[in-house]
Design a protein around this ligand. Structure first.
Ligand code: WT7
Length: 665
């Protein structure tokens, strides 16, 4: 590694220092880190490759099994793989009981910190008590093994309790991120036929309280499959309780028995469904099962974060409603007996240094966040960081989108004090666990690259047409071996599962949906999605989903949505909208359309930019040419438009963009 300490700090601005650091290609793991790392010998990669199924069996054995599996992988019916199928296991038992039985009941599982400065310490013994109570309460409501239970909660400890309580009795949880609208909740409860929904009276955000239960009521009133709504009293926001359907969380827990032994479940018993966006408007119900998933998240959490559960304080800043929260706030860390920070609020409330204040307060050692958050912090300025002591920090992680080298270096220098390795972790809701990542005590990092597959994982970059591995240039990212935490199917839609992931290159090659390249050292560089999925602040959205929300507005005839490169959020939603008849595009209409998308999907999905279009560029077969829309939105010169049904459309759009730019100046 180049000698960055030798730069005369003080004489230079941070900006200049970062510019200079851009010259550095690789960063070796700091020696002080390697010395104590769980894994520091690169032989682990060869060991795992030589017997990859055996390697995963070894990881599975770190878990508690009621019945140890004798089988590793069943690949007799690809792409429907089964792992450890004759084993019996329970995720809640592994995340809670095991630690209490080992005498670690007093260890803090979560340091919860509320928006208004409240704090709660939840030990493993507390979790054990609360999870059993709520599991019994669910049973008392008639929830049985295999039933689907929706969870729509903010970042409060009850969200983890609810998930674990479901896992305990073999109910399948279906968490909906709190940022999604009540309409989205309804859609997701309906397709999964959820019997119960756990939600809150209200949720706090930056000093305000949003009435969650009221909104939910409006959306789910005609949902027959939903028999119960359990309401956590979190804010005292106004809400009506419907007799026979709605119950208070605290009341049913009080009434429930204390003890609820964890069900002995088959390894392939479904653990959860998590809806994620795909190429079409209908979200995909990604299904994860128990034994393999837990094996994957526990092993990756331990080795990627180099977790020492007795001494580390770990913080993943994601929301539990996304897969990052499922795998790296709940299941991975708890299976490993980690102590975590859980924060209710936004990174800039009550002030822009709150994350770092909490890192100091809880002496956080391992921190995991998204590039979009890092870029926001860069913008706010180092003064918000420098007020706090981050000397306990020893490792930093990034996830959700490619991290630009500048943000990587800022993170490394300002947050990590140039002594913490950065793990840029590539994975997906579908993969369940981290797939491509450095092992921090072994792999030298290059800013912007997720480096190499985790031991046991095999990935490649292949050419679009034949699926042959390519050594140079950009291609499609694929995973070429099954892995324990892989999705098992799309809930009740095996066909879409095969079609989406296992049709392009056959049933044994998982098509990721990302473009990537490999460099001369075999490092992977993820470029971005190849499908119509947009990544806004690490939140995955399908353009079709946003389009369908926009056209649900009565005055809209047609819409095409693209993701546009954006400094702050990675990709921003830009919508081309054709209005009905003679309707004029007004500012008021812009707001109406944005509000409509907010109601249909969630506020984070609202278009940043709306461009009125007389018509959209279409091929003769009627397919919208998004590539042209992307070019025109970015003010690029237009290439070949001769395949368009009506080439004049593009001129009109170019004119609009010019007008827009002129009026901004
Ligand atoms: C998509 C998956 C995995 C948790 C968060 C998102 C992009 C994710 C990285 C990374 C470059 C990344 C990919 C992927 N992505 N991590 N480290 N570098 N891109 O989960 O919503 O399922 O989205 O996020 O495009 O396909 P998700």
């Amino acid at each position: 590694m180049t000698d960055t300490e030798a730069t005369p700090a003080g004489d230079e601005t941070l900006e200049q220092q970062l510019e200079e650091m851009l010259e550095i290609e690789t960063f070796d793991p700091p020696e002080s880190f390697v010395e104590h790392a769980l894994l520091s010998d690169s032989a682990v990669y060869e060991e795992a490759d030589a017997d990859w199924k055996g390697w995963w069996v070894k990881q599975a054995k770190e878990l508690h099994w009621f019945t140890e599996p004798t089988k590793d992988l069943n690949d007799s019916d690809p792409p429907f793989y089964k792992w450890f199928e004759d084993g019996k296991i329970n995720a809640s038992y592994n995340c809670v009981d095991r630690h209490v039985e080992a005498g670690n009941g007093d260890r803090v599982a979560f340091y919860w910190h509320g928006e208004e400065g409240e704090s709660r310490e939840i030990t493993y013994a507390d979790l054990h008590r609360d999870v059993q109570k709520f599991a019994n309460a669910l049973k008392d409501l008639g929830i049985e093994k295999g039933d689907v239970v929706g969870i729509y909660l903010p970042m409060i400890p009850e969200v983890a309790v609810a998930m674990l309580a479901c896992a305990r009795i073999g109910a399948i949880h279906n968490v909906v991120f709190g940022g999604f609208s009540a309409d989205s909740v309804k859609e997701r409860m309906e397709i999964a036929e959820a019997k119960a929904l756990v939600t809150v009276d209200g949720a706090r955000r930056k000093g305000k309280t949003a009435p969650v239960k009221q909104q939910v009521d409006k959306a789910v009133s005609d949902l027959d499959s939903l028999k119960h709504i359990v309401v956590v009293q979190a804010t005292n926001a106004d809400c009506e309780m419907q007799d026979g359907r709605d119950v208070w969380y605290h009341e049913i827990c009080d009434a429930a028995d204390d003890e609820c032994p964890a069900e002995e479940l088959e390894a392939e018993h479904p653990l959860y469904i998590l809806y994620s966006s795909g190429s079409t408007a209908a979200p995909k119900g990604i299904l994860h099962t128990t034994g393999g998933y837990l094996t994957g998240v526990a092993a990756t959490h331990r080795y990627v974060f180099d977790l020492k559960p007795e001494s580390d304080v770990y913080w993943c800043s994601a929301d539990v409603g996304w897969v990052t929260g499922h795998s790296y706030i709940v299941y991975g860390p708890l299976a490993n007996g980690a102590t975590s920070v859980m924060f209710e609020g936004a990174p800039d409330y009550p002030h822009k240094g709150i994350w770092w204040e909490l890192c100091e307060k809880y002496k956080v050692t391992l921190f995991y966040t998204a590039p979009t958050a890092i870029r926001a912090c860069m913008k706010w300025g180092v003064e918000h960081v420098e007020k706090f002591d981050l000397s306990a920090m020893r490792l930093l992680g990034s996830v959700g989108e490619p991290i630009n080298p500048k943000a990587w270096l800022w993170y490394y220098k300002v947050i990590g004090g140039e002594r913490c390795p950065i793990v840029d972790t590539w994975w997906q809701t579908e993969t369940g666990a981290i797939m491509i990542t450095p092992l921090p005590g072994i792999v030298s990092t290059k800013p912007g690259s997720a480096t190499r597959p985790f031991p046991g994982i095999e990935a490649d970059v292949v050419d679009e047409s034949e699926g042959k591995p390519i050594d140079e240039g950009q291609g499609l990212l694929v995973v070429t071996r099954p892995w324990p935490s892989m999705l098992r199917t799309l809930y009740k839609d095996d066909e879409r599962f095969i079609e989406t992931y296992f049709s392009k290159f056959g049933k044994e090659t998982y098509l990721v949906g990302d473009a990537a390249r490999k460099d001369e050292d075999g490092y992977f560089w993820i470029i971005g999605r190849i499908d119509d999925v947009v990544n806004v602040s690490g939140h995955r959205l399908s353009t079709a989903e946003v389009e369908s929300a926009i056209v649900s507005h009565g005055k809209v005839a047609e819409s095409a949505v693209i993701g546009q490169a954006d400094e702050d959020v990675g990709q921003a939603i830009c919508a081309f909208v054709t209005l009905e008849g003679e309707t004029e595009g007004t500012d008021e209409l812009v707001e109406e359309i944005r509000a409509r998308v907010g109601d249909r999907i969630g506020k984070f999905a609202r278009p940043k930019r709306i461009i009125w279009a007389d018509d959209l560029p279409k091929t003769r077969s009627g397919k919208i040419m998004r590539r042209l829309l992307r070019d025109v939105a970015e003010g690029k010169a237009l290439g070949d438009v001769t395949t368009l049904r009506d080439p004049d459309v593009m001129q009109q759009l170019e004119g609009k963009i010019k007008e827009e730019q002129a009026s901004e100046q």
